[in-house]
Design a protein around this ligand. Structure first.
Ligand code: FES
Length: 197
């Protein structure tokens, strides 16, 4: 189900929900297991194309588990890996903790913002969560990954990258761009083949 929710980051956001049937399956899988709420929220978020938990989904889970929406909301806002707004197709999280800061993580973040042509004002003191207008990348910051010995650290689509520098970052972004281009090309070819048949 899709519903318009708000305009942000210069593009129209659409609420992409996971089908209720899929949510029901996840609930049935973890029902009455220790930590059921966290497990359900985590898996439902993973199923979401834009890796987030829309309000309607939170309300639905609350009704099914008989838990007040406010309680679920407080869980979702407490853990940094939950999102209330959509992420891009690829998420880059830069650590801004002390160990990473001393190894120039701020420079890495500035480079990334610039390289992705993000024009928004960045407030260095706030947690950053910005998605590029094409929804290809989300740039986020985190207080510490707990991997300080590997600083500066960043995460790309759930994978930790140690001792980062701008060259490595640039290569990773270009690799993703190339792969996405290939994917689009293949999709186009498949569509045109379907039309011919
Ligand atoms: S400060 Fe970056 S991983 Fe701890």
């Amino acid at each position: 189900m899709e519903a318009k929710i708000e305009k942000k980051n210069k593009f129209e956001l659409i609420e992409f929900e996971v089908e209720q049937g899929e949510v029901d399956k996840v609930i049935a899988k973890y029902r009455n297991k220790p930590g059921e709420l966290l497990l359900i929220l985590e898996e439902v978020q993973k199923l979401n194309r834009y890796h987030y938990l829309p309000m309607n989904t939170i309300q639905y889970i609350g009704e099914k588990l008989n838990i007040h929406t406010a309680k679920i909301f407080s869980v979702v806002t407490f853990f940094s890996f939950f999102n209330l707004i959509p992420e891009g197709e690829h998420c880059i999280t830069i650590c801004r903790g002390t160990a990473c800061h001393t190894k120039r993580s701020r420079f890495l973040l500035e480079f990334l913002i610039d390289y992705l042509n993000i024009e928004e004002e960045i407030n260095e003191n706030e947690k950053i969560f910005i998605t590029t207008p094409d929804r290809m990348f989300t740039v986020r910051t985190i207080a510490c990954f707990g991997q300080c010995a590997l600083s500066p650290v960043m995460e790309l689509d759930g994978e930790i990258h140690a001792h980062m520098n701008t060259e490595k970052l640039k290569n990773l972004i270009e690799k993703i761009r190339k792969e996405e281009k290939e994917k689009k090309k293949k999709k186009k070819e498949m569509n045109s083949n379907d039309r011919k048949e």
